[in-house]
Design a protein around this ligand. Sequence first.
Ligand code: T3D
Length: 261
Amino acid sequence: MAYQTILVDTQDNITTITLNRPEVLNAFNNEMAAEVLAALKQAERDSATRCLVLTGAGRGFCAGQDLEVLRARPEGVSFREHLLRTYNPIISRLRTMEKPVIAQINGAAAGAGFGLALACDLRYMAASAKFRFAFSGIGLAPDSGTSYFLPRLIGYARAFELAATNLPVAANAALELGLVESVFPDETLAAEVRTIAARLAHGPTRAIGLLKRAMNKSFELSLDEALDYEAHLQEIAGQTADHHEGVAAFLEKRTPVFLGK
Ligand code: T3D
C-alpha cells in the first residue's frame, strides 16, 4: 500500500513505521492517523512482522495533533467523535497486537505523540529527545491513553505533576522516572533499537504475544483470576512449534531457532 504521511519498511522480521511529516515534528493530521492505523493492522496480519518499531522522521518523534489542522476544523465537529475515529483505535491496537512494539523516540514526543510512545511495550529514547504532556498547555484534557498509562508507569502524583505543569521531561529525567527503558546517544539510538528488535523478532512470537496479553490483563484481575488466565494461555503456548523447538534445543544443547509459529 502506498502511504503519503508514513514510511513502512520490513526487514529481517522487523517492521518499522516512520511518521513522516517532519516539517511539523510529525504531528498528526487525519490522513496520518488513518495511515498509521492501516499500517498497524497490516503489521498485525503479516507473519513476516515479528517486532514493530515506531519512530519519527527528522528531529521529532511526534508532536501530537497538528494544531493548524485543529484550528481549521469546522465549528461543531465533535472532539469525542474525532478521537473515536483516530487516536483511540491506534492506541488500543498497539496494546492488543500480539507482537512486541517498540517506540524509538528520536525527538520530541508531545500530546497524542506522547500517548503513542506510552502505548508501546518498550521505549528507547535519544539523549536529546524530550516528552511534553502538551494537553494542559492548550487547555485540553488528556487523551490517547495518557491518563491511563502515565499513573500506571510512574504513580499518581508524578503523573499528575507532569500533566498539570506541562513541564518538558528531558531524556535522563524520563529514564529516572521509569518512562523509558534506556537512553542512547542520538547517533546510536537506531542501531541500539535494531539490536533489541532483532532479538525480539527472532524470539517465540506467539509466546511473546501471549505474555503481552497476560500482562495487560493482569491489571484488572485478582491473583486467582490471573493464575487461571495463565493456565489458559499456557494451554495455547504449549501447542506451538516454538515451544517444542525451545525444549528440543535446550536438551540438545543448541540455540533454538524460533519461527514464530
Ligand atoms: O480532537 C482532537 O484532535 C483532540 C486531540 C488532541 C491530541 C493532541 O495531541 S493535543 C496536543 C497537541 N500538541 C501540542 O500541543 C504540542 C505542541 N508542540 C510543542 O509543544 C513543541 O513544539 C514540542 C514540545 C513538540 C517541540 O518543541 P521544540 O522547541 O523542539 O520545537 P518547536 O520549535 O516548538 O516546533 C518546531 C516546529 O514544529 C514549529 O514550526 P516552525 O516554527 O518551525 O514553522 C512548530 O510550530 C511546529 N509544531 C510543533 N508542534 C506542532 C507543530 N505544528 C503543528 N502542530 C503541532 N502539534
